[in-house]
Structure formats: C-alpha cells, structure tokens
Design a protein around this ligand. Structure first.
Ligand SMILES: *[C@@H]1O[C@H](CO)[C@@H](O)[C@H](O)[C@H]1NC(C)=O
Ligand SMILES: *[C@@H]1O[C@H](CO)[C@@H](O)[C@H](O)[C@H]1NC(C)=O
Ligand SMILES: *[C@@H]1O[C@H](CO)[C@@H](O)[C@H](O)[C@H]1NC(C)=O
Ligand SMILES: *[C@@H]1O[C@H](CO)[C@@H](O)[C@H](O)[C@H]1NC(C)=O
Ligand SMILES: *[C@@H]1O[C@H](CO)[C@@H](O)[C@H](O)[C@H]1NC(C)=O
Ligand SMILES: *[C@@H]1O[C@H](CO)[C@@H](O)[C@H](O)[C@H]1NC(C)=O
Ligand SMILES: *[C@@H]1O[C@H](CO)[C@@H](O)[C@H](O)[C@H]1NC(C)=O
Ligand SMILES: *[C@@H]1O[C@H](CO)[C@@H](O)[C@H](O)[C@H]1NC(C)=O
Ligand SMILES: *[C@@H]1O[C@H](CO)[C@@H](O)[C@H](O)[C@H]1NC(C)=O
Ligand SMILES: *[C@@H]1O[C@H](CO)[C@@H](O)[C@H](O)[C@H]1NC(C)=O
Ligand SMILES: *[C@@H]1O[C@H](CO)[C@@H](O)[C@H](O)[C@H]1NC(C)=O
Ligand SMILES: *[C@@H]1O[C@H](CO)[C@@H](O)[C@H](O)[C@H]1NC(C)=O
Length: 794
C-alpha cells in the first residue's frame, strides 16, 4: 500500500511537471518573440554608436550584421531574432552576441549601452575596428561570460585588470590587436598587459581552455600558475616580449594541444622527454632561446602536426631522425639551426608534409634519392612550401610535387640542369608510382621559384611554361647557357624575372603579341651575353593595387589599418590545417644594382617597376620609351655598346628614380627633357661620347661630376670644364604641354613636395625598405641641389 501510494503521488508530480514544462515552453516562445525591451534598446544604442565601414573588416565573409537590427514595430521586432544575437530560451535574456567581421568602426566606451546586457555568456567582436579604444573596464559587468573574443579589432592600451574577474571564462582571445608597421612578423603591438594582471588572470580564470594573448606586450616571465590551468588545450603567447624560464610543467598539462611561444627572443627553456599520452598537435617555439636537444622521444607525439624550432639554441648536431616517425606532421620548420649532415632518410615517411623549411642550417650532401632515381622527386605530395636555401646541398635540384607553391633553393651547390620534370605534370605523375597528390589538379601551383646562387647549367626546360601560376622566377648567379626564354612570356602572372650573372646570349626577339609578359614589372637580364637591339618586352606597366592586396580574399598575416601605408609585393601561399585555413604571405625580395652597388631588398614596394639589362652586348639605339612605361622607377642599360643619342622620350618616364646609361657609345646632347625627371636620385651618363652643355639651371647639375666624367665633349656645371660661347645653355623647349620652363616656381613646388615627403617619414617613391636610409640621403642631396639652384636663381 505504501508503495502504491508513493507511485500515485509520483504520477501526480509527473503531471504537474509536464504541465509546468508546457507552460514554460509557451512562455518561452512568447518571450522569444519579444525580447526584453531594455536589452533591445541597449543593442540598438550600441549599433548606433558605430559607423559601418568596409575597411574595418577585411577578412572573408565579412558583412554588416547589425543592419538587420530594427526597432520594435518593424518586421524583426524581437532582438532575439537579430543577426548575431542569441537569447536564453527560458528567460529571454540576451546571452550571446557575435558581431565578428561586421564592419564596425568607432570607439567603444566603458559607458556603452552594451554593458547593461548583464546576462551575456558569449561576446565575440573580433575583426572590427574599434579605433584604438581601450578594452572597457565595464567588461566586469558580464560575470557569466564564458567566451570572450576581442581579437583583430584595434584595441589599444592596458588590458583592464577587470578581465580577471570573469572567472567563468573558458575561451579568451585578445590576440592580434596590431598595427602594420612594415616589417612582416614584427607588427606593432597595441595592447599591454601588466605582469601583475597577467598573474591574476591565470590565477583566477581556472576554467580556461583557450588562452590567446599573442602580440600583447606583457614583458614579464610566464607565471607558474599557468600550469594550474588543467583544462587548457590551447595557449598562444606569440611575440609577447616574454623572458625568463618557460615553466616546464606546462608540458605536463594533460589536455594541451596547441602551444606557441614564438618570437619571445629572451625566453629560455628546453623540451622535456615526451610520452605517448601527450595530445600535442602544434608545438611552436621558434625564435626563442630554447636550448638542450630535441629529444628523440619527440617521436611519441603521435598527434603532432606542426613543429617549429626555427632559430633556437638546440644543440643536436644532426637533424633528429626520430622526426621521421611523426607521421601526422604537416609543418616542419627547422631553419636556422646548427644541424649538420644530410636530411635523414626517415623524413621520406612524412607523407603529410605541406611545409618543409631547413634554410640556413648547415646541411650538406645531396638531397637523398629516396625513390632511387635521379633527379629526386620529393615524395611529400602535399607540400606547398619548400625552403632549402643557405646550406651546402649538392647534386641535382630536387623536383617538387605539383602541390608546391613556394620553392627556395638559393645559395647551395646544386649542379646540373633544371629537370624538365619541373612543372611537367604528366611525367611527374607517373613517377609517383600511383601516389596521388591531394591538390593534384593537373596544373602546377608554383608561384615562386628562387634557385639563385647555385651552379646550375644548361638550358631552361620548356616545362617551365607549364608553371601557369608563376609570379616570381629568380635564376641569378648560375651557369645557365641559353637564348632568352621568350616563351616565358605566356605565363599570365609573371611579375618578376631575374636572371643576371649567367651565360644567356643571343638576340632577344620582340614578343609576339602585346599580351606576352603582360604583368612583368621587374626584369633583370644584367651580366649576360645578350646581343642585338634592346627588345620591347614590356607592353604596359600598370599598377593595380587591389589586385595585389587581398587578391584571394585571404586574411593577411597582418591586417591593414585604415590609414593607407605602403604595401609590398608578395604572394600568398595557403593550405588547410585541420580544417583551419592557414595563409602566409611571402614577400618578393631582390638584389638590384643601383649606382653600381648590389643591394638586397627584402621587400619590394607595390608600385615598383624596374629594368636592368646592363653588362651585356646590346647594340643599336636606345628605343623610344613611350608613355606606357611611365611607372618605371629604375632603368639601367649601362655597359652595353649602344650608339646614337639619348632619346628625349626618356623624359616621359616621370617616376624614374635611378637612370644609368653609363659605359656605352652614346653621342649627342643631353636632352633638355631629362629635366622633367624630378624624382631622379641617381643619374649616370659617364663614359660615353656625349657633347655639349649639361642642361644648366636644372636638377641635373646637382649630381656628382662623376655622373658625367669620361665624356670629353661635355661641359658646364658640375664638370669643371666651362662651356664656350657657342655651347651656351639652350633655353628649354617651350612646346611641351606642361611647359616646365625650369622656372623657380616649378622647382619650388617640387621642393615642397619632396620636403613634405621627408617630413611625413615617407620617402618619395622609395621602393624598398632596406635602403630607405640610402635613398633619404640621395633625396637629401637632390634637395640640397635644388636649394642651391633656387638661391642662385633668386
Ligand atoms: C529579419 O532578420 C533576418 C535576419 O536576421 C532577415 O533575413 C529578415 O529579412 C529580416 N526581416 C525583416 C522584415 O527585416
Ligand atoms: C561568429 O559568427 C561567425 C559568422 O559571422 C561565425 O563564423 C563564427 O563561428 C561565430 N563564432 C562563434 C564563437 O560562434
Ligand atoms: C578615431 O580616432 C581618431 C583619433 O583619435 C579620431 O579623430 C576619430 O574621430 C575617431 N573615429 C571615430 C569614428 O570614432
Ligand atoms: C560615454 O562617455 C563619453 C565620454 O567618455 C561620451 O562622449 C559619451 O556620450 C558617453 N556615452 C553614453 C552612451 O553615455
Ligand atoms: C578573482 O575573481 C573574483 C570574482 O570572481 C574577484 O572577486 C577577485 O577580485 C578576482 N581576483 C583577482 C586577483 O582578480
Ligand atoms: C633581451 O634581453 C636583453 C638583455 O637582457 C635586452 O637587451 C634585449 O632588449 C632583450 N630583447 C628582447 C627582444 O626583449
Ligand atoms: C618508413 O616507415 C616504415 C614503416 O614504419 C619503415 O619500415 C621504414 O624504415 C621507414 N623508412 C625510413 C626511410 O625510415
Ligand atoms: C661547391 O662545389 C665545388 C665543386 O664541387 C666546391 O669546390 C665548393 O667548395 C663547393 N662549395 C660549397 C659551399 O660547398
Ligand atoms: C660572353 O661571350 C664571350 C665570347 O663568346 C665569352 O668569352 C664570355 O665569357 C661570355 N660571357 C658570359 C658572361 O657568358
Ligand atoms: C596599354 O596602355 C594603353 C594606354 O596607355 C592602352 O590603350 C592599351 O590597350 C594597353 N595595352 C595593353 C596590352 O594593356
Ligand atoms: C665621338 O663623337 C665624335 C663626333 O661627335 C666623333 O668624331 C668621335 O669619333 C666619337 N668618338 C668615339 C670614341 O666614338
Ligand atoms: C663624388 O663621387 C666621388 C666618388 O664616388 C666621391 O669621392 C666624391 O666625394 C663625390 N663628390 C661629392 C660632391 O659628392
């Protein structure tokens, strides 16, 4: 009976419960249709406090989520239905706000209406532009917050200590609030975190699973209490100015999958003996002072996909062959390490590799011929990046798989010819013995090839014409012996072709159509044996910035600020990491001879275009350079056997900064039109047979007299030789459309322009970051010349 009774009571309870549930659900759906009015208006106020600006979110898939938000009475009256808003099903309170990539631009104050949404559990504001606002300390109003993402949003200043009150956080991402300052990998950090706040943060936020603080200036040691974060799966502290000893116990965190402490140059530490229970997927300690050895127990990390130990102090004398057992590895960067010896054969088993870099180690020996055939075909069929540069590898140049996008093999001792298997997909496919590369699509992915400074010889294989994505081809300083590969003109993306210091020879034909070499911007044929007339290889040089920036809608490593800064030529290599897109921009770099000096430019300004065909045997006249080359910044045709006079059309190349015509057999007068080249910082016509006066009263007289020497017939300033009466300076032609009569007014304008450029730290027309100082000096000299002229004229 007692039992019976209790069952009856239970069923009563059940009915009550069911009733309650039904009613609650009904109430819920009502609430969902009309969210709390004060929350709705808080959201609308929040929306109104920002501008919608497309440049605030540059990543893929961005759109203005708030534009669907409408006040009550409109179609979407419940804020719970608004894009990016989520309400609690029971209470109707807003619990999640995701306005990631929503073009929000403006400042974000501590008194923002947003902070009345006290029930928030998730707040995602990444990829907007909060115009250097501080992270508001009112963030403490969200005690229920579990998920906070303020990455990539231009927050600046101190991270408020109030963040450490959010003790329920499992996800905290304050990464990447950076400004592009020019140098890739070294952006300006905008956020700072006091060491004491860092300590309370990791002491208090014990539920953290993800902690991303990369690019925040922390300037402290890593607090040991990080090791108490037992739920931690991802820890990213890239470039935080951390120093001192890395707490070894972090490696014992049972759930840790991702660890990055790259670019903390003063952080020391060592790798532990690893065991099989570690779930590590990504281990990045590059550019730190980690020391000791890479233990062979690393092979026990059977989930490891990324390993980066670039430029550490590890003392292994050989590349550890244990790495070959990390079968899941997709990314391996062991560059700038002291390893010697060959690449171990075991690495042949790393079939998942997409990036392999061993540049500037001391690796020797031939590239192992794992497939038992020469030339070596690399068996990593998913490879997209391969850097072998600055070692002493010898033997044949290895042939990359068709998936490869970036290939650097410079400064080694590779010999022999480039195999026609490069970009010859059909034969390459056969040699994989049935292994099918994942990205195999019957066309090459190669965008960049740099094989400079080796001992490669012979002719270029025609298969290069199959590299249809190729943008950048550098063959400098080898022993190639061939005629000019005019067939490269069909490559639709080719922007840079450098082949100086080889034995190329013969007459260069004119390109067949004006679409050949249609995107070429930099051509270096210097120090070869070319003969015949100067070819017209450049149909048109046009600058279209948007085609370079964000070309594929990818998230660049460092996002652009809203103010326009210089952009640089790069190509984007991209691969899929665990479903996450990983992109990396690879800058164009070149060595160019300017003023007789070989200068290495680690980056190339977007608008730059240059031709260097010096030190060949080109003959005949300098062709008429027409207006379609007006973007040209540097023209070097010195040390050939050119005859005739300097064409006045050179004056149309208005952006020239450097013009070298020296050491030819040019005769006649220096055309007055060259005075239109107001950006010239370097000018050389020495060792020709020029005659008559140097155009006086122009910037041409501000150059060093060495620019004119070796022309017995030349006279006038800056040469010591005075002009006779019949050689008196001619009046400049007044028929030109812009009639730049060399008046003081024109010069004054130019001078102001130049000074303005210097004042703002932007050196006019400067191409290249590394020589900015040299160029400033040149400009300075030029300005001194102009001032001198003005004083003289005035
Ligand atoms: C309501 O918002 C949704 C997106 O959240 C949108 O698709 C829909 O068109 C809106 N309706 C009205 C009437 O604005
Ligand atoms: C936020 O919204 C974006 C779409 O705009 C989505 O891709 C992302 O996964 C969302 N984030 C979270 C944490 O829900
Ligand atoms: C962004 O900040 C700058 C400098 O503080 C200020 O001049 C500008 O008005 C701000 N823009 C917005 C939309 O708040
Ligand atoms: C918040 O404070 C700023 C000044 O700090 C003020 O300009 C702004 O109007 C205030 N906003 C609100 C919503 O009170
Ligand atoms: C830790 O969080 C609690 C509230 O959750 C707060 O009272 C305390 O001040 C916080 N401690 C620190 C050091 O921030
Ligand atoms: C590393 O430490 C040295 C000396 O302690 C200091 O001079 C240097 O600025 C530090 N470098 C960085 C990147 O913090
Ligand atoms: C690759 O792995 C297989 C199977 O584990 C092994 O037998 C072979 O020796 C490995 N190859 C190399 C070069 O280490
Ligand atoms: C390159 O090879 C040549 C000839 O085999 C040799 O003399 C030279 O020392 C090698 N250079 C390097 C850097 O290994
Ligand atoms: C150019 O050709 C001449 C004679 O044919 C030869 O002596 C010279 O070495 C060659 N120069 C180069 C750079 O190939
Ligand atoms: C080159 O530019 C001129 C105008 O400057 C234009 O008419 C011509 O179509 C262009 N040619 C090519 C191949 O783009
Ligand atoms: C230089 O030009 C003059 C005529 O202007 C000519 O007589 C002379 O032979 C030339 N000298 C050389 C070395 O070409
Ligand atoms: C001109 O160039 C020579 C050689 O480069 C140098 O010695 C001299 O100082 C320069 N003169 C001036 C005025 O710059």
């Amino acid at each position: 009976m007692g039992i019976h009774l209790s069952i009856r009571m239970h069923s009563k309870l059940l009915v009550l419960l069911l009733f309650h549930l039904v009613v609650a659900n009904f109430v819920d759906s009502l609430q969902q249709l009309s969210c709390h009015a004060e929350e709705s208006s808080a959201l609308l106020q929040f929306k109104e406090s920002f501008m919608i600006d497309k440049s605030a979110s540059r990543n893929d898939g961005a759109y203005p989520k708030v534009s669907s938000w409408k006040p009550a009475g409109g179609g979407n009256s419940s804020c719970c239905l608004w894009d990016g808003v989520e309400c609690d099903e029971m209470t109707g309170h807003v619990i999640s706000l995701n306005l990631s990539s929503s073009y929000l631009y403006g400042s974000f104050d501590s008194n923002s209406s947003l902070f009345s949404l006290v029930h928030l559990q998730r707040l995602i504001l990444s990829h907007n532009n909060f115009n250097h606002s501080q992270i508001p300390s009112s963030i403490r109003n969200f005690p229920s917050l579990t998920h906070l993402d303020l990455s990539w949003s231009f927050f600046s200043g101190q991270v408020p200590s109030e963040v450490s009150y959010l003790s329920k956080l499992t996800y905290l991402n304050l990464c990447c609030n950076v400004l592009e300052n020019g140098a890739p990998g070294h952006p300006d950090q905008l956020l700072k975190l006091q060491p004491s706040d860092m300590r309370s943060l990791v002491q208090n936020l014990t539920s953290l699973e993800t902690l991303y603080l990369s690019y925040i200036n922390i300037s402290s040691i890593i607090p040991v209490s990080v090791t108490n974060l037992s739920y931690l799966t991802s820890l990213a502290l890239r470039e935080c100015d951390l120093f001192g000893e890395f707490p070894m116990k972090i490696f014992s965190l049972q759930n840790l999958e991702v660890l990055s402490v790259r670019y903390n140059y003063n952080l020391t530490g060592y790798l532990p003996e690893f065991n099989r229970s570690s779930p590590l997927i990504s281990l990045r300690v590059g550019f730190t002072m980690f020391f000791g050895t890479i233990p062979s127990s690393i092979e026990k990390l059977n989930s490891l996909q990324e390993l980066d130990v670039v430029q550490c102090n590890f003392s292994n004398s050989l590349v550890p062959s244990a790495l070959g057992n990390l079968r899941q590895l997709t990314y391996l960067d062991i560059s700038k390490s002291p390893f010697g010896g060959p690449i171990p054969d075991s690495l042949a088993n790393l079939t998942q590799l997409t990036v392999f870099r061993v540049s500037t180690s001391s690796l020797t020996g031939p590239i192992p011929s794992w497939l038992g055939e020469l030339p070596t075909v690399i068996p990593w069929v998913n490879l997209i990046g391969l850097r072998l540069s600055f070692n002493t590898f010898h033997g044949q140049l290895p042939i990359p798989p068709p998936s490869l996008q970036e290939y650097g093999a410079t400064n080694n001792n590779f010999t022999g010819e480039i195999s026609p298997l490069l970009c010859n997909m059909s034969s390459l496919h056969n040699s994989f013995h049935g292994m099918m590369p994942q990205s195999y699509n019957n066309r090459s992915s190669l965008r960049m090839i740099d094989v400079s400074h080796n001992q490669l010889q012979g002719q270029l294989p025609w298969s290069l014409a199959n590299c249809v994505m190729l943008e950048y081809l550098v063959l400098s300083n080898n022993q190639f012996r061939d005629i000019f590969p005019i067939w490269l003109g069909t490559l639709p993306e080719l922007k840079l072709l450098a082949m100086p210091h080889n034995h190329f020879n013969g007459v260069i034909g004119q390109s067949r159509t004006n679409v050949d070499f249609s995107k070429l911007r930099i051509l270096d044929l210097s120090f070869n044996n070319f003969t015949g007339e100067i070819p017209a290889l450049f149909p048109n040089i046009t600058v279209n910035k948007s085609t370079y920036m964000f070309e594929k809608g990818l998230q660049p490593l460092i996002s652009q600020t809203t103010n326009l800064k210089a952009t640089y030529m790069y190509t984007e290599v991209a691969y899929d990491f665990n479903g996450f897109y990983v992109g990396r921009s690879v800058d164009y770099s070149i060595t160019l001879a300017i003023k007789g000096l070989d200068l290495f430019y680690s980056r190339v300004r977007e608008g730059f275009a240059a031709i260097d065909i010096s030190n060949n045997k080109f003959e005949g006249k300098i062709p008429e350079f027409t207006g379609n080359l007006k973007e040209l910044r540097s023209l070097n045709i010195s040390s050939n056997i050119l005859t005739g006079s300097i064409p006045s059309s050179l004056g149309n190349l208005r952006n020239l900064e450097s013009l070298d015509l020296s050491r030819n057999k040019l005769s006649g007068l220096i055309p007055q039109q060259l005075t239109k080249l107001t950006f010239l910082g370097s000018f050389d016509v020495s060792h020709n047979n020029l005659t008559g006066p140097i155009p006086q009263g122009t910037q041409l007289t501000s150059f060093n007299s060495t620019s004119y020497e070796g022309n017995p017939g030349l006279c006038g300033d800056p040469l010591p030789k005075k002009c006779g009466n019949q050689e008196a300076p001619q009046p400049p032609p007044s028929t030109e459309e812009d009639s730049d009569s060399g008046s003081a007014r024109t010069l004054e304008f130019d001078l102001k322009f130049c000074l303005a450029g210097i004042g703002s730290g932007f050196v006019v027309g400067v191409v290249l970051a590394d020589v900015a100082i040299t160029r400033r000096q040149e400009l300075f000299l030029k300005i001194v010349g102009m001032v001198r002229l003005m004083i003289r004229k005035g």
